[in-house]
Design a protein around this ligand. Structure first.
Ligand code: ADP
Ligand code: MG
Length: 439
């Protein structure tokens, strides 16, 4: 059969892609796409909105190119383009963006680093304009600000509220256009008649006097009508440079909530959720490994998981922590676990965890708790360093290698039967590696 038109080619590719990705993944990202154009080795895929374009571009670009190359039997470059006729506008209102269906409150993992921001966001959708106004979220890149804004948007739409989301940059561009085309009345109407206005990345306003002034009036009008305003920024209102005082003080009128780097539990939770969502079957040890290595940024955390999964597909092998380490080599450094960890470092971490002294662990105390901690210590040194059994024995007052071997077996068994112990050991490992990172 000779396939010719772009839609036909894409149909064939979709058939193939359906086999390659999970059902949920296919449904969310590929279902409403179409083949738009194929020319000079470039294939244009039409997608319903920019979120889907971005997602596919970031996560499935190479898979789609590979499948199309298979179908067409020649090298293909893929581009994603938002198709004009699908889903761009909502009935009744124009230009309202759709919210990313992936960014909801349910898919937001809550931990100490972000619970205030989460709770505040959830609260304002239930009581727009009444709880705290404005809500100002701030935190470093990739920590979930935009996710929370979209979660607000998704729920607000479900509650039939008029909600508008723009980036500060978009607001600026639309204002400039409105001034040029003398449509400032419409501009004003669009931004001042909603129940909830969300502006992302407001640090962009700093130093843009005309926009800042215009936004100041928008803010005042919405606020005095009890319309909800939600803002997100990479810095707190106080630290955004060149922001005029009168706007800055208004930004602090309501609640200012920050998002911090997530702790280990939260990072692990995010990875588990993402693996489950993408239908990726992956060894829990690998998720824990990634959560231990990637600390600052949730986007990087997700990216690392994608990379590890892609790497294992390429090698056609099950992912182990070693494979993960190799896939992430340039991010976490070579041989992240080995080499630098010393028996002393491990013993200190165990001693700290169990509130024992180094000499308790290395000496002759025989109470149950100390013996257990000592065995755990031997186990961890074996895991974390290149020491031989007899070298480990020497660390503990010349105990024999068979004692160390016995301890190792005992702890291995205990871990298999006791998830709490397993978690505790990971916490100790995290402690070891964070000490090492500081050194
Ligand atoms: P920011 O706007 O703060 O730069 P984003 O909201 O774009 O960050 O988040 C980056 C990525 O991390 C997104 O894919 C988002 O879904 C994910 N993410 C961030 N925080 C969480 C969280 N608490 N739970 C689940 N996913 C999260
Ligand atoms: Mg953002």
């Amino acid at each position: 059969m000779i396939i010719r038109s772009a839609p036909e080619i894409w149909e064939a590719a979709l058939g193939q892609l359906q086999l390659e990705v999970s059902k949920a993944n296919f449904h969310t990202w590929l279902n409403k796409t179409c083949g738009q154009n194929y020319q000079d080795g470039k294939f244009v895929v039409g997608v319903p909105n920019t979120f889907i374009a971005e997602y596919l571009g970031r996560n499935q670009h190479s898979l789609i190119e590979k499948v199309l190359t298979d179908v067409l039997r020649e090298p293909v470059k893929v581009e994603f383009s938002v198709a004009n006729n699908t889903e761009k506008t909502l009935p009744g209102r124009t230009n309202l963006p759709l919210f990313n269906p992936r960014y909801t409150f349910d898919t937001f993992v809550v931990g100490n680093s972000n619970n205030l921001a989460y709770a505040a966001a959830a609260k304002i959708v239930e009581n727009p304009g009444l709880a705290f106004n404005p809500l100002f979220l701030y935190g470093g890149a990739g920590l979930g600000k935009t996710h929370l804004l979209h979660a607000i948007g998704n729920r607000a739409v479900a509650n039939h509220l008029a909600v508008l989301y723009v980036s500060a940059e978009q607001y600026t561009n639309e204002l400039v256009t409105a001034i040029r085309e003398k449509t400032t009345d419409e501009f004003r109407k669009k931004f001042r008649t909603v129940d909830i206005l969300m502006v992302d990345d407001v640090q962009f306003f700093a130093g843009k006097e005309q926009t800042e002034e215009n936004f100041f009036y928008t803010f005042n009008e919405l606020h005095s009508n009890n319309r909800q305003i939600v803002l997100a920024s990479d810095q707190s209102p106080k630290s955004i440079p060149m922001l005029k005082e009168r706007l800055r003080s208004r930004l602090e009128w309501g609640l200012v909530a920050d998002l911090q780097s997530p702790d280990f539990e939260t990072r692990l939770g995010i990875l588990q959720l993402k693996a489950e969502r993408d239908g990726v079957d992956i060894n829990p040890d690998v998720l824990e490994f990634i959560a231990l290595q990637i600390k600052e940024n949730i986007r990087a955390l997700e990216g690392s998981l994608n990379r590890v999964v892609a790497y294992s597909k390429l090698l056609r092998t099950m992912v182990t922590p070693e494979i993960a380490a190799r896939a992430l080599e340039d991010i976490v450094g070579k041989e992240p676990q080995l080499a630098i960890v010393t028996p002393n470092l491990v013993t200190e971490a165990v001693a700290g965890t169990f509130q024992l002294t180094l000499s308790d662990l290395r000496g002759k105390r025989r109470d149950e708790a100390t013996v257990f901690a000592r065995h755990l210590c031997m186990y961890l040194i074996r895991q974390e360093t290149d020491c031989s059994l007899s070298e480990i024995g020497k660390e503990f007052g010349d105990r024999s290698s068979s004692t160390v071997s016995y301890a190792f077996g005992k702890i291995s068994d205990a871990i298999n039967n006791d998830p709490l112990l397993k978690r505790q050991i990971f916490n100790i490992q995290q402690r070891i590696h964070s000490t090492r990172a500081r050194n």
